[in-house]
Design a protein around this ligand. Sequence first.
Ligand code: AMP
Ligand code: MG
Length: 472
Amino acid sequence: MTLHIPFDNTYAQLPSQFYTRQSPTAVAAPRLLAFNADLAATLGIPPADEAELAAAFGGNQLPDGAEPLAQLYAGHQFGTFNPQLGDGRAVLLGEVVGTDGIRRDIQLKGSGPTPYSRNGDGRAWLGPVLREYVVSEAMHALGIPTTRALAAVETGETIWREGALPGAVLTRVALSHLRVGTFQVFAARGETAALKTLTDYAIARHYPHARGPMGLLRCARDAQAELIAAWMGVGFIHGVMNTDNSAISGETIDYGPCAFMDVFHPNRVFSSIDRAGRYAFSNQPEIAVWNLAQLATALIQQYDDPNEAVDEATEIVHAMPAQIEAAWLSRFRAKLGLSTEGADDLELITDLMGLMTDGQADFTNTFRSLMDGDARDQFLEPSVFDSWHLRWSKRLEAEVQPQAVMARANPVLIPRNHQIEHMIAAAVAGDLAPFERLMAALARPYEPQPSFEDLRRPPSEGEVVQATFCGT
Ligand code: AMP
Ligand code: MG
């Protein structure tokens, strides 16, 4: 039996220079590890048995109506422009319009080589696949825009990385896979007609009310500004904010060496490949602006006289830092239970974060414990918290329901690195129980759940994860 997915493909209708038609490469022994039945229902995918799902999402049996293709894009990687990247280990199966009326891409990641694979094998191993599954679904449950995970399939094949590892394929669902780099590739090639087509396509798909390239730029800016502020609010470090990993839709995309911080430090970096700290936690707003400037540069190439658009593009990009700051401030106000705006709020927040840095406080637990009244225990030297606490208590007198505001802004649970590492080690050994337990707990991250109390615990000294790896 072939899985039926109600595809309605539009990208495959675009001119052929946008992609290469490419089927997934069949794998030896596909076995379904995880399937997101709720998301499948939203996508209109009818119930199917495990073997059918494994065959479809392992890449062995194309669902009816799939028009698989590898998308072309370029991108700035760590600031250096690479004129041609593209899906090197992914294929877009097609798009569906869900029961909610929203159009989404269904993409296999780790599905075999494509013309854009360069020296890569086109594959992924189990670790990063389950990591993306857990972290992207946790992100969604946290209320932050993100690509979703529909399925994880073990391939029954060995992948060679630092050693022999089990292969896997992730099925990823996204509002689209249009990236800043998708625009850059045509701009760099001087393919103005393609750039115009892409701009119209992106507007129709994501921002139908936007007018022209500059309207698109504004909308992408607004979405990215909100996204970055949301990341900062949960201590998330993306790790590889290259322009090819920056989605026009404003979704978090490409979970590589990403991490949620345990102990707070503004300059925290996890990615083993980010030696200069370009994508450190507190650099993320600045990088988002830099990436938007690259999108602006690409978009203006489609004007007969690019000078026409330069002033407007500059104005749009220059407005972004203040916009991120405002979104950030509003999120951190909420984290402190503040619904009203006070002139000294910024100072109150940054002073707390300074104390957290010096006191090596756990980011998630410190904010959550503000509402439980035991935050001082999070600091190396608890007494440093007391004078700040006095100032905050005074400020709270102006608030009506700070507890309710804090409960919605401060998660109890985040996917902690050491728990993810533990989950991966167990899965490699054939035990998916930790994966399933993490998924169950992280589905309700803002609720205290007595049976998952242990997942709130920061890593012990021996459990601390110092670096995360791309896992390509
Ligand atoms: P990423 O760092 O995952 O965003 O990937 C950057 C680029 O490298 C993209 O063009 C990927 O498709 C490509 N790539 C990453 N891993 C592999 C792999 N194992 N095989 C082929 N291409 C890859
Ligand atoms: Mg990428």
